[in-house]
Design a protein around this ligand. Structure first.
Ligand code: NAI
Length: 706
């Protein structure tokens, strides 16, 4: 019976398992712990061996095998990876959900691989670990599927830094099986003989537990909670009672490779071991259950973003058209395929998309790929890019248009359908990729610079449109070694500029922890800073409605250009508000002893008809609705040169002005200029903001008599 291809992507679980300290101790005894490691065996100050994780989710293995339709006569546990997000507590309720990631075909006589991944969380939602199981289905190869090419783990060409010897007891499987794997092969001599073995064999995962203890004792002694990742391939069977040696090589800070060998015959029983250790960050940023689209992810920066997002749990659409650096050529499926393969080999979940971002259909297809494969879109990184550099006069229209089509129109084409999905679900993270060439200028890149600044403009609007739907849009200007930069970057800089130095910022901006929207950041070589459009305070040259002259601009250029005290505006209204405020006279402070003006909001509205300047109201038809928190609502209708003021809410106001009672009185008494009230957020205006500017002309209050 062939493997069930429909099982790929299908969820498995949730599976719930309650466990107590006794389960953790039983496991520890099963993998050889004893009095010499009492921390693992005594409920007082008990520590959990992290590899206990796999014993707790053992059912997931069989559910995967059943769902995939593996011929059970040929089933072997091929590989195992555990990534630890938080230390495993000594008791709790564990909920595990996962899915079958893919099936690989090694060939008719070589078998198949079934890869499945799961996340295990505590009942309170705290994630503990991610497991990736690779089942070797010896009898299921030859179904015509793709093969998997996983790079081998490289072992240093030197003696191991640690060798830990151990002697599993001849009865070890009898104890280990009580932790969950009660398969007959490990207990029943007759069944073992029928299966071709002299006697029941060790569970591979039992030897794995011995190895995990050895790794902890060598690299993080006394601190099992510092284990971050444990991965390996099971390569040979082992009989109980045969001594083993676990050999460990440190490879870099916090990483090691390892293998476990049969000490009697030197055969490697567990190979390709990898081990990562260090403090588990308390608030690791994760993307579990998030779906990310990365355009142009077949190489360079996009590839790294895709891999890193997948490593932290995201399901990823790897889009890449696969053309040449200038976008010419028919394209190719291989860059996207290669990255998908890398992600899957590392236990992640990804699908390829070969669509061209430069067309509307391409953009729609990319988003559809995410919906088809994973049912949603949470993250979009607009990253695809090409270059066609030429000095400006030599820049033919095709070179101009091709670059705009990929970068600017491309981002529009993909963002639009993705934005619709995000709006619907009330969550989204969008990244635009700009460039220092656009932000600051670069010779020979007029097309590219224009497109890259166009993306900043698009972000500025989308951050506003996305705000109430939980969609955050930010822009990154990367600096990284890639084929786009290999001939423009000095070689020594190229070396120091791995895309990995950019991705931490991009990942953070894509995460649910990201608090900002509408920001631009430079990132490269490990340095990060914010870039922004800054507006200086400037100078008012118009006096009494007189139009200033070009000569007055010349004379005042220094003050006009000065950025001292400059501001970064969140939107157009804030900038226009500040410009209008520059015309305001300083707020009048009432001299002591004189009237303090209006003492209540209702007094203002009582005085309003008398303050109306009919001459200023020619051609003005408007209804101003006032919502004064703490005082009430009034509206003022101006029509055909007359003014009517009434309490209550009008059904079709031209604009609505909202203020707190105290601020309103300050404003009406000349202590708070209206523009200052507006730009500081004390006065909120909805509807036709330009019409609200007329109010000052329409009413002239005489507060000395109230
Ligand atoms: P890269 O050339 O390594 O990667 C870009 C990828 O986009 C390629 O794999 C390409 O096949 C793909 N692509 C091109 N046109 C496409 C289309 N129409 N549809 C789908 N995929 C397409 O370049 P790199 O350096 O990784 O650039 C990524 C982004 O970062 C680009 O937007 C680039 O402009 C930007 N950038 C890069 C800088 C750097 O220092 N590497 C500097 C500033 C910006």
């Amino acid at each position: 019976m062939a493997l069930n291809m429909d099982a790929i992507g299908k969820p498995i679980g949730p599976m719930t398992r309650d466990y107590t300290w006794k389960d953790a101790v039983l496991y520890a005894l099963g993998v050889g712990a004893g009095f010499s490691e009492l921390d693992y065996c005594y409920e007082k100050d008990l520590k959990v061996i992290p590899s206990f994780a796999i014993a707790m989710i053992f059912d997931f293995f069989f559910k995967t095998a059943t769902a995939s339709g593996i011929n059970l006569a040929g089933i072997l546990h091929g590989e195992q990876e555990l990534i630890f997000h938080n230390p495993i507590p000594t008791q709790g309720t564990l909920i595990t959900t996962g899915r079958i990631v893919d099936h690989y075909d090694k060939g008719a006589d070589k078998g198949a691989l079934v890869v499945a991944q799961s996340d295990s969380v505590l009942a309170n939602g705290k994630i503990l670990f991610t497991s990736t199981i690779t089942i070797f289905a010896r009898l299921d190869g030859g179904f015509g599927g793709k093969d998997r090419h996983k790079p081998p783990v490289e072992f240093p060409d030197r003696e191991p830094d640690f060798v830990v010897e151990a002697s599993p007891s001849p009865d070890q499987p009898l104890l280990y099986r009580l932790s969950g794997d009660i398969f007959h092969l490990h207990v029943d001599p007759e069944f073992a003989r029928m299966s071709g073995f002299d006697m029941p064999i060790m569970h591979g995962l039992c030897t794995h537990g011995f190895a995990c203890r050895a790794l902890i004792a060598s690299l993080v002694p006394g601190h099992p909670e510092r284990v971050r990742r444990l991965a390996c391939r099971f390569s040979k069977t082992l009989y109980p009672g045969v001594p083993i040696k676990t050999m460990i090589w440190k490879t870099a800070a916090g990483t090691a490779v390892w293998r476990t060998v049969n000490a009697e015959n030197g055969q490697t029983v567990i190979d390709n071991g990898e081990f990562e250790y260090g403090d588990i960050p308390k608030d690791e940023i994760r993307f579990d259950d998030r779906v990310a689209i990365i355009t142009g992810a077949g190489a360079g920066l996009g590839r790294v973003y895709a891999r890193e997002l997948a490593r932290r749990g995201a399901r990823v659409v790897v889009n890449d058209r696969g053309g040449s650096r200038d976008g010419d050529g028919d394209g190719s499926t291989s860059p996207a395929d290669r990255v998908v393969e890398e992600i899957r080999a590392a236990g992640g979940d990804a699908v390829a998309s070969y669509d061209n971002v430069a067309t509307a259909d391409g953009g729609a297809n990319i988003v559809q790929s995410a919906l088809d494969a994973f049912g949603s879109v949470d993250i979009l990184i607009n990253n695809a890019g090409i270059l066609r550099d030429k000095s400006f006069v030599k820049m033919a229209p095709e070179a101009w248009q091709a670059v705009l089509n990929v970068h600017l129109k491309g981002a529009y084409n993909v963002t639009r359908p993705a934005f619709a999905v995000m709006k619907e679900k009330g969550y989204g993270r969008i990244i635009m990729t700009t460039s220092a060439a656009g932000l600051y200028g670069n010779f020979g890149q007029a097309n590219y610079a224009a497109a890259k600044m166009g993306l900043v403009g698009m972000m500025n609007t989308l951050k506003l449109e996305g705000e109430k739907y939980g969609i955050k849009v930010n822009t990154v200007a990367p600096l990284a070694a890639s084929r786009l930069t290999q001939d423009v970057m000095p070689p020594e800089l190229f070396e120091r500029s791995k895309p990995e130095f950019v991705s931490p910022l991009v990942l953070f901006l894509c995460s649910d922890r990201c608090p900002v929207s509408g920001n631009i950041y430079n990132a490269g070589m490990g340095i990060f800073n914010r870039a922004a459009v800054v507006t200086g305070p400037g100078k008012v040259l118009a006096k009494d409605d007189q139009i200033p002259t070009p000569e007055s601009v010349m004379t005042n250029l220094k003050a006009i250009s000065d950025l001292t005290g400059g501001k970064v505006y969140p939107n157009l209204n804030a900038q226009v508000g500040d410009a209008l405020m520059a015309f305001q006279k300083p707020a009048a402070t009432a001299p002591a002893g004189e009237s303090q003006g209006f003492s209540s909001a209702s007094a203002v509205f009582d005085a309003m008809p008398g303050a109306f300047v009919a001459d200023a109201a020619a051609d003005v038809n408007a209804v101003f609705q006032y919502v004064i928190a703490g005082a009430g609502e009034w509206h003022c209708a101006i029509e055909d040169g007359s003014c009517t003021v009434a309490a209550g809410v009008h059904d079709s106001p031209t604009c609505i002005l909202k203020m707190a009672d105290t601020d309103f009185l300050k404003m009406m008494n000349g202590q708070l200029p209206p523009m200052q009230a507006y730009t500081s957020g004390k006065l909120k205006i909805e509807g036709d903001i330009m019409k609200s500017q007329l109010i000052e002309k329409l009413f002239k209050f005489n507060t000395s008599n109230v």
